[in-house]
Design a protein around this ligand. Structure first.
Ligand code: SAM
Length: 251
């Protein structure tokens, strides 16, 4: 089984595939001024198994288009949405975030948690803006340096993994350059990484390895996740997920 299939298998039965939390998604909703008082078209891009899409569907008068390129995650999302009574408010789309098949100005809100790095922050926010109505809101979380300096080993690690990692002021400047007005920013607290993402993942390691006969490839997947977790435990005060809320003010 190839690496992507193994990663998909490790994560497909999880409630979320990256750091986050319901309280923090609600905080972002408040900053974006989203309330159930008007019907909304929302795209959740890189939705995974639907942590945000399902919450948005439950709490707002919204139709959510949940986009991910992995059909296995979308299958799980539909099943979770069904059991939580919001299946009729969510449509899934198996497509790539860099070629979204939607009309210009179709969405009131573009939401994306922990996923925009797959195409890069600047490419994502600039490409997706055409999908937003004038005055529409963008809510996106992005790996961010939490201060101006950090130890060389964590700098080197992230420059290898994601060279676009930067401080919040640089990300906000990108938003401004691409036709957005910044409306809010906050950092996901530590428990969004540890209690909501890493601990549940660690609890899945044993069954995952057994399912794959403890193959070299499966063990390599687990080792890579353990390295990421150890990195966060050692250096997590230097980086985090920034949540950026911005309004489309471009033409
Ligand atoms: C770190 S996970 C975050 C998932 C979810 N938003 C969450 O917070 O639980 C990133 C997601 O982006 C999806 N993804 C990666 N590359 C993609 C692409 N090119 N197009 C669409 N989805 C993509 C992955 O399948 C995965 O579900």
């Amino acid at each position: 089984m190839d690496h992507l299939r193994l990663l998909t298998d490790l994560h497909r039965h999880a409630a979320r595939q990256g750091p986050g939390g319901e309280a923090e998604s609600r905080q972002a909703m408040r900053l974006a001024g989203l309330a159930p008082s008007r019907p909304l078209e929302i795209a959740d891009i890189g939705c995974g198994t639907g942590a945000a899409a399902i919450l948005l569907a439950k709490e707002l008068d919204a139709h959510v288009t949940a986009v991910d390129f992995l059909p296995e995650f979308l299958d799980e999302l539909r099943s979770r949405a069904h059991s939580q009574g919001v299946a009729d408010k969510i449509t899934t789309c198996a497509c790539s975030m860099d070629a979204l098949p939607f009309a210009d100005a179709y969405f009131d809100v573009i939401w994306s948690e922990g996923a925009i790095y797959n195409m890069g922050f600047e490419a994502g926010v600039s490409t997706w803006r055409r999908l937003l109505k004038p005055g529409g809101m963008l809510v996106v979380s992005e790996i961010t340096w939490l201060g101006a300096t950090r130890p060389p080993e964590i700098q080197a690690h992230w420059e290898g993994e994601y060279p676009q990692i930067d401080v919040a002021s640089a990300k906000i400047a990108i938003l401004e350059r691409h036709g957005y007005s910044p409306w809010g920013y906050f950092v996901l607290p530590r428990h969004c990484w540890t209690e909501h993402y890493y601990r549940p993942m660690q609890r899945r390691f044993h069954a995952f390895l057994e399912r794959h006969g403890r193959s070299d490839a499966a063990r390599a997947v687990v080792e890579a996740e353990k390295t990421e977790i150890a990195m966060y435990e050692t250096h997590g005060e230097h980086y985090g997920y920034g949540v950026y809320v911005a309004k489309n003010i471009g033409r």
